[in-house]
Design a binder for this molecule. Structure first.
Ligand code: ADP
Ligand code: MG
Length: 89
């Protein structure tokens, strides 16, 4: 139901504050899966969740929720689709 395929996210690209928060990250979860994301401070945990929530667009890769590609949707749409998906299950 959640397919994260090779997503990347760089903050402040091309500046002295450039941060590669996510580089080619993939995660495939089925309904009922239970996952704990572990990593040190600054590892990219929040960035990963924010990407799924559609807080801002990722730089590359794709994200699907319940078979719906939410990668290119505006920030308001991905949470709505996500909420709709969970509501119906
Ligand atoms: N909005 C942002 N602007 C600039 N850099 C950010 C932003 N959000 C996160 N980062 C940077 O991206 C990296 C990953 O951060 P984050 O996802 O918050 O890590 P975690 O949640 O694992 O502690 C860190 O280097 C952090 O400083
Ligand atoms: Mg965090």
């Amino acid at each position: 139901m959640l397919d994260i395929c090779g997503i990347s996210k760089t903050f402040n690209a091309g500046t002295i504050n450039e941060k590669h928060a996510l580089t080619n990250v993939s995660l495939h979860l089925n309904e009922g899966d239970f996952v704990t994301v572990i990593g040190g401070n600054g590892a990219g945990k929040s960035t990963l969740l924010n990407a799924v929530a559609g807080v801002w667009p990722v730089d590359g890769g794709s994200i699907s929720i319940g078979g719906v590609d939410v990668t290119a949707l505006p920030s308001t749409s991905a949470p709505a689709i996500s909420a709709e998906f969970f509501k119906t299950r």
